[in-house]
Design a protein around this ligand. Structure first.
Ligand SMILES: NC(=O)c1ccc[n+]([C@@H]2O[C@H](COP(=O)([O-])OP(=O)(O)OC[C@H]3O[C@@H](n4cnc5c(N)ncnc54)[C@H](O)[C@@H]3O)[C@@H](O)[C@H]2O)c1
Length: 325
């Protein structure tokens, strides 16, 4: 098959990550158009790939014949680009969180289904090779409860600190970890969350929560807690407890299984970001089935609903909320 012709909307931080992956799959795909509101970003990306730069995505859609589109704008900036792409039959890779508006996400999903397009969302941690080991261990045990945390720093991009732009700490950041919880333990049917502010005091224009603690109830009866914040650096893991052992899994793919007479540790050594992008491109090329994509839009929307439910609970004094698409 000829190379997949790819366009980018948003050529900032995460786009650079994808660009590195595209450098390593030049035999399968070529970036032909790059769009950003900031001219220097669109141009720099275009020069790197011999592509055409654009400042306006509508013009890009008019002038280019794309097979696939990567949408890498900030969470609040998804203002119709996916819908135009769908209309034109362009396959979609969208960065997480795919929007801050569930109605918009549902429209995008309906379009993807109607046009039978290949879709993927940038929840690349699902591709860590050790995740299957964690999933299998959990599937073979009676898990009583889970205990999870993620503590990281505050990303420096201007929009992150403004909740109406980023969605806040849980929606923008911890969505990766909550998505892994869904992947490993199944669907969450109820959340109750509390948050706090006042730890980060020296950042202008900052109105996101510094930390939150959430109680999760899974459909299969497992209960769990998730503590997360953006005020330090502590890493994170998901620990599952069974009567006869425990599993600790970290988002980078390290794991430790502890049972009465043994301890096993391992780590992922695959480049899971590369695999995430390459799986999408291979599916667009028809070389693999689309169901090999571990995070299609249809599944990622459930993780989006989960983090929106957590926000709703923490914004309303910890009321129980049922995540719903
Ligand atoms: N999967 C991951 O691990 C991961 C990591 C970092 C960021 N992200 C996600 O990627 C997205 C982008 O984050 P970032 O760090 O690259 O942000 P960024 O601010 O560095 O880049 C976003 C770019 O989008 C451009 N943009 C916004 N609206 C546009 C429009 N209408 N047309 C064209 N360009 C437009 C901006 O000018 C900016 O250059 C966010 O949703 C973020 O959550 C994902």
């Amino acid at each position: 098959m000829t190379k997949v012709k790819v366009g980018f909307i948003g050529c900032g931080g995460i786009a650079q990550y994808h660009f590195g992956h595209f450098e390593r799959m030049r035999d399968k795909a070529e970036i032909v158009a790059t769009c950003d509101l900031l001219e220097e970003r669109a141009k720099a990306a275009a020069e790197r790939f011999g592509a055409k730069p654009y400042l306006d995505y509508k013009e890009m859609f008019e002038k280019e014949k794309l097979d696939a589109l990567f949408v890498c704008v900030q969470p609040s900036a998804h203002d119709g680009m996916e819908l135009i792409a769908i209309e034109k039959g362009i396959h979609l890779f969208v960065q997480k969180p795919m929007t801050l508006d569930m109605k918009y996400a549902k429209k995008v999903l309906a379009g993807i289904k109607k046009k039978k397009l290949v879709s993927a969302v940038g929840l690349q941690c699902r591709y860590a090779e050790t995740l299957d080991i964690a999933k299998r261990w959990v599937a073979g045990k009676q898990i009583g409860m889970v205990s999870c945390y993620r503590l990281g720093g505050m990303p420096k991009v201007w929009w992150w600190r403004v909740k109406k732009e980023s969605g806040g700490q849980v929606v923008e950041q911890t969505i990766h970890n909550y998505d892994l919880c869904r992947y490993i333990f199944g669907e969450v049917v109820r959340v109750q969350s509390a948050c706090r502010r006042g730890v980060i005091t020296d950042v202008e224009n900052y109105d996101v929560e510094d930390a939150s603690s959430t109680i999760l109830t899974f459909a299969n009866g497992i209960i769990g807690t998730f503590n997360t914040g953006c005020f330090g650096s502590g890493g994170g893991d998901i620990t599952a407890f069974a009567p006869d052992g425990k599993l600790a899994y970290s988002i980078g793919g390290n794991y430790t299984i502890t049972e009465p007479n043994m301890t096993i540790t391992g780590k992922a050594s695959n480049d899971y970001g590369q695999e995430c992008d390459e799986t999408f491109i291979d599916a667009v090329r028809g070389e693999i089935e689309a169901d090999e994509i571990l995070s299609p839009y249809s599944d990622a929307i459930k993780s989006l609903a989960l983090v929106f439910a957590i926000n709703e609970s923490m914004d309303n004094g910890g009321i129980p909320v049922v995540p719903k698409v």
